[in-house]
Design a binder for this molecule. Structure first.
Ligand code: KG4
Ligand code: ZN
Length: 378
């Protein structure tokens, strides 16, 4: 007997639905991104986001069911993101999930979006037939979050292959999320929105050369108090000041903004409009962000005797971050795991997967379920 859970996710600017069997096998995974709607504002506009979720939720769920070759009545349970996120966006998914569960007489499971990101890594591990050893540390790094957790597992009742996870918060960002820093730097430099994917590619063009006397250099961010906290506003501001101190950047930035207005948004379109000084600045920025993410995470893993490092969220798609984590974790005898690129950014497969252990434990939500803009995982 397999358990097929319909997952629904609407916490930010992706309307998503998916069907996952037994928390590990993705039968369908549909994501309707709103990025084209929010791009001209340089960030997510909450009112536009909820309106778009309302438009998309029914067709997206229908497509997810069709992709899994299922009818609504074949679903065993519905898992829905309860928070954290934009309350108006969350409400669309929560309300729709509740109505579906009630009308079908199926259990409803409330899922913390952050727990979903943890399960995105486990889904990918299952797909690759890799065993994840616990305890683990998990870094969730996206446009809205930079959080570090200690994760322990116990066997889930009723399925020997499933685990029930528990979380302890180790640290988080004091200011900007890492993805937010990417997006803001991209805005300053005329590289479009969202900034992460383009900067990821452009930063790799010119290798960082810290010994060049004219190279920009951003020192490691010093954190007082909790060693496992993060901060990215310093690096972001350093980039801003560097750009201000170099007025020769202005013409280039304007030419890239012009290209963006013409719809030329790809790294390959923008690279010819980036001089060597800009490319050096981007590689230093990326190096600094990666360094400041990797160091506390691996220190926590060693100190707490974790076996594994899990990295999830939109920024987990970053090539340099993945490579650095893989190399540095291996050097310390730690296993490292990432979601596929599609599972790194917001999706509903991770929500359906996270719902499964709660389904096994009989942890169901009632009619009073509400969206929660602020919802700590631990
Ligand atoms: O998880 P996600 O889709 O949404 C949030 O919950 O925020 O993450 C989106 C964020 C954006 O800030 C985007 O710039 C960043 O992830 N991002 C990246 C990359 N791909 C997406 N950052 C760095 N490198 C990437 N390859
Ligand atoms: Zn997310």
């Amino acid at each position: 007997m397999t358990t097929r859970i319909l997952g629904i996710e609407s916490s930010c600017d992706e309307t998503a639905a998916a069907v996952v069997a037994d928390g590990r096998e993705i039968l369908s995974n549909i994501v309707a991104s709103q990025v084209d709607i929010h791009r001209k504002y340089g960030g997510v506009v909450p009112e536009l986001a909820s309106r778009e979720h309302l438009r998309q939720i029914v067709p997206v769920v229908r497509e997810a069911l069709a992709g899994a070759a299922m009818k609504l009545t074949d679903v065993d349970a519905i898992g829905v993101t309860r928070g954290p996120g934009l309350v108006g966006s969350l409400l669309v998914g929560v309300t729709y999930g509740k109505v579906l569960a009630q009308s079908l007489g199926k259990p409803l499971i409330a899922v913390n979006h952050l727990e979903g990101h943890v399960h995105a890594v486990l889904l990918e591990a299952a797909r690759a037939s890799r065993q994840v050893k616990f305890p683990a540390v998990c870094l969730i790094v996206s446009g809205g979050h930079t959080l570090l957790y200690f994760v322990e597992a116990e066997p889930a009742l009723g399925d020997a292959r499933a685990v029930k996870l528990s979380y302890r918060r180790l640290g988080g960002t004091r200011d900007d999320a890492a993805g937010e820093a990417y997006d803001k730097v991209a805005r300053v430099l005329g590289l479009g929105y969202p900034g992460g994917p383009v900067i990821d590619q452009l930063a790799a063009v010119v290798p960082r050369n810290g010994s060049r006397p004219d190279a920009p250099r951003f020192a490691p961010t010093k954190i007082r108090g909790n060693r496992y906290d993060f901060s990215f506003s310093g690096i972001k501001t350093a980039v801003l000041y560097y750009v201000r101190a170099h007025p020769e950047f202005a013409a280039e930035i304007e030419s890239r903004r012009e290209a963006l207005r013409e719809g030329k948004r790809k790294a390959a379109d923008l690279q010819p409009l980036c001089g060597p000084a800009t490319l050096r600045l981007l590689s230093e920025f990326q190096f600094s962000v990666v360094r400041d993410l990797v160091r506390p995470t691996l220190e926590a893993a060693e100190e707490l005797h974790a076996a594994t490092v899990l990295v999830s969220g939109g920024v987990a798609a970053n090539a340099e971050l993945r490579k650095t984590f893989e190399e540095e974790a291996a050097r310390r005898g730690l296993a490292s795991f990432f979601p596929s690129r599609a599972l790194s950014t917001d999706n509903a497969a991770m929500i359906a997967a996270a719902a499964y252990p709660h389904f096994l434990a009989g942890e169901f939500a009632g009619e009073e379920l509400d969206a929660e803009a602020v919802l700590p995982l631990a």
